[in-house]
Design a protein around this ligand. Sequence first.
Ligand SMILES: [Zn+2]
Length: 115
Amino acid sequence: MEPILIEMEKTKQIELKSCPICKSALKKVEIERKGIVLNGYKCSKCNEIFFPSDEVFKYEILSGKRKMARKIGKVGHSIVIRIPNTIAKELGIGKGDVAYFEKRGNEIKIRIISE
Ligand SMILES: [Zn+2]
């Protein structure tokens, strides 16, 4: 049986330097939306608030708008990532299967080998 491959990529924080509207300096601010703290930037001149795309993505995940997102946990010294059930079912991934990890630059490739 062919192993199932899963690719993971870690996104990078993007820093905004100046206001896209008036080009003035931006100040880092923490904004709370529905109990979720987001890191944004506020323009010192026009008071417009901007959020980097990864913060918008974080908000969508934590507010439940993205169904395929899972929070990463920790058990002992290991990091635990849960595979959404729909994906596990479709690919036939189950208990006892072995996940083999390969680091590729900023990505992780996971090879699932079924028993
Ligand atoms: Zn501005």
